[in-house]
Design a protein around this ligand. Structure first.
Ligand code: NAD
Ligand code: UDP
Length: 322
C-alpha cells in the first residue's frame, strides 16, 4: 500500500473497527469508499464524516456483487463479530465470510488492488497451544454454535490465500484479538460492552462460568496502527495483532469497577458452549515484521472508552424514559 492519495474500499465501514479504519485512512489523505449493510453497524459511527468530500458511503450487502469503481486497496471488514450477533445471524455470517469475501476479492483482482482481510483469533478455536502463534492450526468445533463464525473466517483465510496463489492478488491476513474502544456497540453482548454498561447503570456484572477463562484486550488505536502497518508490508501470511497481556474475565470485571468507580456485585451465569478457555496472541511476527507493539494497557484503554459508554448509557436512559 502506498502512503498517499489512494482510493480505498472499506467493507464493514459502519462498524466499530471499520469506522476507525476509515478515519485513519482519511487522515492519511486517501479517498475512501465505505460499504456496509448496517446489519450490526450504525450510521452514527460515520456521522462525523457526513460532510467529508473524500468519503463516500454506500449501503450495500457485500454478499451481492457490487461495483465501487476502480480502487487501489480493499480492507474487508464486513462480518458480524460479537458472539451474540453472529449466533443471531448464523447463515448471514457464513455468507459474508464466503460469498461476501469472494465478491471483495473479485474487486481487488479486477483492479489490481491490494487486499487486507480481517480474520480473527477465533481461527484458533479453544486453543490447546498457548500463547497462540500464527503457525498453530487451531482447535475448532466445526459443528458447534460458534462454527458459523470460526469456520466462515477459516474459509475466508483459505479463499484469500487461493486468490493470492492462483490469481496473484496482493493479499494480507490480520488475525485480530479482542479489540475494544469507543464505538464498540454498547449493546452487542461482548464482555467489555456488557461490563461497562452494567457498571454505569449500577447493575450486577455478568460473568460467564467461574470467570477464570482468559482474553487479551487490545485498544482500538493500537489495533488500527498494527493493521495499517501490515497493509504497508509485503507479508502474505497471517499476522496476529493483539495485546499479549492476558486477563481472566474476573480480573477484567475488577478493572471495569476500578475505572467506572462502580460498586456492583458479580452475577455468575453459565459458560456458553465452546467458549474458549484461554486466549493470548504471540506477537513475535508483528514485532519482527512490522515493528509493532501495543502501547495502551487495559486500565488506560477503558478510561479512554469511558466517555463513549457514559454517553451511550445516558442516551438509552433518555430514550426509555421518553
Ligand atoms: P462490527 O459488528 O462493529 O462491524 C462489522 C460491520 O460489518 C458492521 O457495520 C456490519 O453492519 C457490517 N456487515 C456485516 N455483514 C455485512 C454484509 N453482508 N455486507 C456489508 N456489511 C456487512 O464488528 P467489528 O468489531 O468492527 O469487526 C469488524 C471485523 O473485524 C469483522 O470482520 C470481525 O470479524 C473482525 N474482528 C473483530 C474483532 C474485535 O475484537 N472487534 C476481533 C476479531 C476479528
Ligand atoms: N463474557 C462474560 N460476561 C459477559 C460477556 C462475555 O463473562 O457479559 C465472557 C465470555 O464468556 C468469554 C469472554 O467474556 O469468555 C469474552 O467474550 P466476548 O463475547 O467479548 O468475545 P469472545 O472472545 O468470546 O469472542
Amino acid at each position: 500500500m502506498q502512503t498517499k492519495n489512494m482510493r480505498i474500499l472499506v467493507t464493514g465501514a459502519a462498524g466499530f473497527l471499520g469506522s476507525h479504519l476509515c478515519d485513519a485512512l482519511l487522515a492519511e489523505g486517501h479517498t475512501v469508499v465505505g460499504v456496509d449493510n448496517l446489519s450490526t453497524g450504525s450510521l452514527a459511527n460515520l456521522e462525523h464524516l457526513r460532510a467529508e468530500p473524500r468519503f463516500d458511503f454506500r449501503e450495500q450487502d457485500i454478499c451481492l456483487p457490487f461495483e465501487p469503481g476502480a480502487v487501489n486497496f480493499v480492507f474487508n471488514f464486513a462480518s458480524p463479530a460479537s458472539p451474540v450477533d453472529y449466533m443471531n445471524l448464523g447463515i448471514e455470517t457464513l455468507r459474508v465470510g464466503s460469498e461476501g469475501t469472494r465478491n471483495a476479492l473479485e474487486i481487488a483482482s479486477r483492479y489490481g488492488a491490494g487486499f487486507l482481510h480481517a480474520s480473527t483469533s477465533e481461527c484458533y478455536g479453544d486453543p490447546k497451544v498457548h500463547p497462540q502463534s500464527e503457525d498453530y492450526w487451531g482447535h475448532v468445533n466445526p459443528i458447534g454454535p460458534r462454527s458459523v463464525y470460526d469456520e466462515a473466517k477459516r474459509f475466508s483465510e483459505a479463499l484469500v490465500m487461493a486468490y493470492h496463489r492462483y490469481r496473484g492478488v496482493d493479499t494480507r491476513l490480520v488475525r485480530i484479538f479482542n479489540t475494544y474502544g469507543p464505538r464498540l456497540q454498547f449493546n452487542d453482548g461482548r464482555v467489555i460492552s456488557n461490563l461497562m454498561t452494567q457498571a454505569l447503570r449500577g447493575e450486577d456484572l455478568t460473568v460467564y462460568g467461574d470467570g477464570s477463562q482468559t482474553r487479551s484486550f487490545c485498544y482500538v488505536s493500537d489495533e488500527i496502527d498494527g493493521i495499517l502497518r501490515l497493509a504497508r508490508s509485503n507479508e502474505h501470511l497471517p499476522v496476529n495483532i493483539g495485546n499479549p497481556i492476558e486477563w481472566t474475565i474476573l480480573e477484567c470485571a475488577q478493572e471495569v469497577l476500578a475505572v467506572t468507580g462502580a460498586t456492583c456485585q458479580i452475577r455468575y451465569q453459565p459458560l456458553p458452549t465452546d467458549d474458549p478457555l484461554q486466549r493470548r496472541p504471540d506477537i513475535t511476527r508483528a514485532r519482527t515484521l512490522l515493528g509493532w507493539e501495543p502501547k495502551i494497557d487495559l486500565h488506560t484503554g477503558l478510561s479512554l472508552s469511558l466517555p463513549y459508554f457514559q454517553q451511550s448509557v445516558s442516551a438509552t436512559a433518555v430514550q426509555s424514559s421518553s
